[in-house]
Write a protein that binds this ligand. Structure first.
Ligand code: DOR
Length: 463
């Protein structure tokens, strides 16, 4: 058999162009992309006539909770959800138990996750200030795709779970680091040459305002927003940019939610600093006005903000100021999310709805299909050091593809999500443009919404 897989008659899309071609795969690698039909039999053929063949899409921001809070989610389910939603690679967040805080735990986590992975994955390393500053080089050598610092969060000392509603004086927590400690982390990560990614929210401002707002006795979304305003994001981005300028770190701002945030990042980029940023569908498709209908399920940190922020974020995506769109998949149980708005944990599912929602944006002419490929495949792969193995359609690279049918319509049904948790702010949203086939290194993992294979995902390391 000459080919293991042939994808016939589709329109191949890269970040720059689209053209009709057949794709030939052997041993998990792209062997040829040809407008002509090549000779030789294939073990498997996928007919992609009338459909787009995209380089495999990457979700760079996933919390699968494995190990640790596996009552909320685990890697088996999150990677099924990824495959069902057209994602071929995920980058897994490091605040698990044990956390990915040193080389030894990196390898433990690799082993834990590989057995359950339906798609390929990379691992983030965590920065815990002085607690693991001397482990960062080991994590770098192990192949983390980047370093994550939860700036503004306290972290549970035992479980390494995030403290969603922090009060000063809480016991058994690693409190947010001071700026001196943060500065040393910037320096250390800068030496590795890898990305230093920050959750950007100023905890001092938030703690103060939260105390004030809680005293009003109100627990509506606008009061919550008053306790975690755009200013919290702005302050931390500003400090982060200053530290990046000083240390040369490749700063990446995670899940940008505000117009002010976009402006600050744009200014730093215009000055020539290597600052990058991402946003998520919940900021692009929802605003404060949706709270009445959705309720606490849409509570995420940073909070979903106003229409003006949403509009600036879309502009930021189109301008390239925000070069990645990812899910921040952060499942909690429905019971946890039904608590009072102040007490409910922040986060919702997203890995399965990321690509469908961004395809909807293509149908609605908010972005082009080439821009989608840049945002969800090429840019993430380049940013995190795994290009062209991932994120490209080049001969000799991994045969990862997301095949999409732009004429197919649907509606997001939360109950049908593959995650353990069904918490999503997107239930009932109509879609146009659906991933119909997910292929990882030449193996069909999802076809027409059904998972087709046992876990065979592998780690991808960044060197
Ligand atoms: O809403 C959020 N939930 N934002 C984060 O940054 C973390 C996440 C989680 O892990 O629950």
């Amino acid at each position: 058999m000459k080919w293991d897989l042939v994808i016939e008659g589709g329109t191949v899309v890269t970040e720059h162009e689209s053209y009709e071609a057949n794709v030939y795969v052997k041993d998990g690698i792209i062997s040829s992309i040809s407008k002509e039909k090549l000779d030789g039999d294939a073990l498997e053929t996928v007919n992609a006539a009338g459909q787009y063949v995209l380089p495999g899409l990457i979700d760079t921001h996933v919390h699968s909770r494995d190990g640790g809070a596996t009552h909320k989610e685990d890697f088996y389910h999150s990677t099924q959800a990824a495959a069902a939603g057209g994602i071929t690679t995920i980058f897994e967040m490091p605040n698990t138990n044990p956390p990915v805080n040193n080389a030894e735990n990196f390898h433990k986590q690799q082993e834990n996750l590989t057995a359950k992975a339906h798609v390929d994955f990379g691992l983030w390393g965590i920065c815990l200030g002085d607690l693991n500053i001397n482990e960062l080089e080991g994590l770098n050598e192990s192949g983390v795709i980047g370093f994550k610092y939860f700036w503004g969060y306290a972290i549970d000392k035992q479980t390494f779970g995030l403290i969603y509603n922090y009060n000063e004086g809480m016991k058994n927590v690693i409190p947010p680091a001071d700026d001196g400690e943060v500065y040393r982390m910037f320096e250390k990560v800068a030496k590795t040459g890898k990305t230093f990614a920050i959750h950007a929210e100023n905890s001092e401002l938030i703690n103060h305002l939260t105390e004030e707002m809680k005293k009003t006795g109100r627990s509506d979304y606008d009061t919550l927003l008053a306790s975690r305003p755009s200013l919290a994001e702005e302050l931390t981005i500003q400090t982060g940019i200053a530290m990046a300028k000083q240390t040369g770190a490749r700063l990446h701002i995670l899940h940008v939610s505000s117009a002010e945030g976009v402006e600050l990042i744009k200014r730093a980029q215009d000055e020539g600093y290597p600052i990058t940023a991402e946003t998520c569908p919940h900021f692009l498709f929802l605003t404060n006005e949706d709270y009445e209908k959705i309720g606490p399920e849409m509570k995420v940190y940073p909070l979903i903000k106003y229409k003006k922020d949403q509009e600036r974020l879309w502009e930021g995506v189109r301008e390239g100021v925000l070069s990645i769109v990812c899910s921040d998949h952060a499942p909690h149980t429905p019971e946890e999310k039904q608590a009072d708005l102040w007490d409910a944990p922040a986060g919702m599912c997203g890995v399965e709805t990321l690509a469908p929602l961004m395809l909807k944006a293509v149908s609605d002419k908010k972005i082009t299909i080439q821009q989608l490929v840049s945002l969800l495949s090429t840019n993430p792969a380049k940013q995190f050091g795994v290009y062209p193995q991932k994120g490209s359609l080049q001969v000799g690279t991994d045969a990862d593809f997301t095949i999409v049918d732009m004429n197919k319509e649907g509606t997001i049904n939360k109950e049908k999500l593959h995650s353990k948790s069904k918490v999503s702010g997107f239930g009932g949203m109509s879609l146009k443009g659906i991933p119909v086939c997910t292929i990882v290194r030449g193996s069909i993992v999802m076809q027409d919404g059904d998972i087709q294979s046992e876990p065979a995902g592998r780690i991808i390391v960044s060197k």
